[in-house]
Design a protein around this ligand. Structure first.
Ligand SMILES: C[S@@+](CC[C@H](N)C(=O)[O-])C[C@H]1O[C@@H](n2cnc3c(N)ncnc32)[C@H](O)[C@@H]1O
Length: 125
């Protein structure tokens, strides 16, 4: 039977793992690197790392975007990401209810975060 995602519990779990996340996230790094390699190499205005986690990909994304925003539902992960100082802004938020204006982002990068959404179609919109 399908159980809806408890987002607060999910955010807390990721938050608890934030400090050691990079150490163990080998698959996540490989997936994200593959995803990065698919981005057309040009300059983007506003970039968003949606579900940025520990911020592992912010450095690469910073090279592509003039203004980079890191967003995650987990405050613990955001705190970890902030330590990298690669994004211009760090925002707590839900991919399914983005606290952003429509059409305000030129590049959305999201690696292994959207599977946690209750309604991914809503997040894609
Ligand atoms: C598997 S980690 C991936 C982190 C990073 N993208 C990477 O590849 O290293 C998933 C991240 O998505 C975040 N996340 C999960 N559901 C989310 C949602 N609805 N909105 C925003 N972030 C979410 C989690 O807090 C977690 O930091």
């Amino acid at each position: 039977m399908f159980e809806p995602v408890d987002k607060q519990a999910l955010a807390d779990r990721f938050g608890k793992a934030a400090q050691s996340y990079d150490q163990y996230a080998l698959l996540q790094k490989e997936v994200g690197r593959n995803l990065l390699s698919l981005i057309p190499d040009k300059e983007y205005g506003n970039g968003l790392d949606l579900g940025c986690g520990s911020g592992f990909f912010l450095s690469d994304l910073q090279q592509l975007c003039n203004y980079l925003l890191a967003l995650d539902i987990s405050t613990g992960m955001l705190k970890q990401a902030k330590q990298q100082s690669k994004a211009m802004a760090y925002v707590g938020g839900d991919a399914e209810a983005l606290p952003l204006r429509s059409d305000s982002v030129d590049l959305v990068f999201s690696s292994l975060a959207l599977q946690w959404c209750i309604d991914p179609v809503c997040a894609f919109k």
